[in-house]
Design a protein around this ligand. Structure first.
Ligand code: BTN
Length: 243
């Protein structure tokens, strides 16, 4: 594993995406920073974390033959890598809020940003960005955020958590190439936040509706049963889970 440690950087994902365009990278080239100044989140959001208290890193992985139709397996594998690492640290009540927010006690503890290089219908490589709140004690104006510290009431060694996380990520990502898609999906679904419960959703027009999360489709869409008992699937941009 080639680990590049940077004291400070705007975004580890931006750095690694740029690097992958100018150099041939080995699998599991990792960029880790103590202080990410302009962390990027999903759908153009900002990802903030306090310097030296959390983990912000990105992992490069190339694929020999991974069709774009299997893109969801990446999100499943990375989410499960995080879940498995947090389980090793006995973090309570872990779940995955679709598509890939990692939660503890219904609050967000980690986020994932996967950026893929696509060529002729194949995912050539991915830069997998992970932000995990480890020892952060407060989250100003982010009442729905938490950290390992807040959840488990103790501080953690950042280097050890990082090592554990990488180990679990490799195990889960290897399942994609071993074509263990179905088992990845099934296990991902077993951690799905609010599965089987009535939840409130909002569509892009602001319309709210009730539904019950049933699981995810092979393409990673959320499968919801609505009030009239009909089943619908939704893409991440087409839906917000409110509560
Ligand atoms: C989200 O939940 O919106 C995704 C957050 C992803 C944050 C990580 S931190 C390391 C990597 N570099 C970035 O700029 N973003 C990801």
């Amino acid at each position: 594993m080639n680990i590049i440690k940077l004291n400070a950087i705007d975004s580890t994902n931006s750095y690694l995406v740029k690097l992958s365009k100018t150099a041939v990278l080995d699998d599991y080239t990792v960029v880790l920073t103590n202080h990410q100044r302009k962390g990027r989140g999903q759908q153009g959001a900002v990802w903030q974390s306090a310097a030296n208290k959390s983990l912000s890193f990105s992992v490069f992985k190339a694929f020999d033959s991974l069709s774009i139709t299997k893109v969801s397996s990446l999100a499943f594998a990375v989410s499960l890598g995080l879940v498995k690492a947090l389980e090793k640290y006995q973090i309570p009540d872990i779940s995955i809020k679709w598509p890939n927010d990692i939660m503890s006690q219904s609050k967000k503890m980690a986020g994932i940003l996967i950026e893929n290089k696509i060529k002729q219908g194949q995912i050539v490589s991915s830069v997998i960005g992970i932000g995990l709140n480890v020892n952060q004690e407060t989250f100003n104006q982010l009442p729905q955020a938490t950290s390992m510290y807040l959840s488990a009431h103790k501080k953690f060694d950042l280097d050890l958590v990082f090592e554990c996380l990488l180990e679990q990520l490799v195990i889960q990502l290897n399942k994609i190439e071993a074509l263990a898609m179905l088992s990845l999906k099934k296990e991902y679904e077993s951690f799905l936040f609010r599965k089987g419960m009535i939840s409130v959703f909002e569509d892009p027009s602001g319309k709210r509706f009730n539904g019950i999360i049933q699981g995810v489709s092979d393409q990673g869409e959320l499968v919801i049963e609505n009030e009239t008992n009909s089943i619908k699937t939704f893409q991440p941009k087409a839906l917000k889970l409110l509560f």
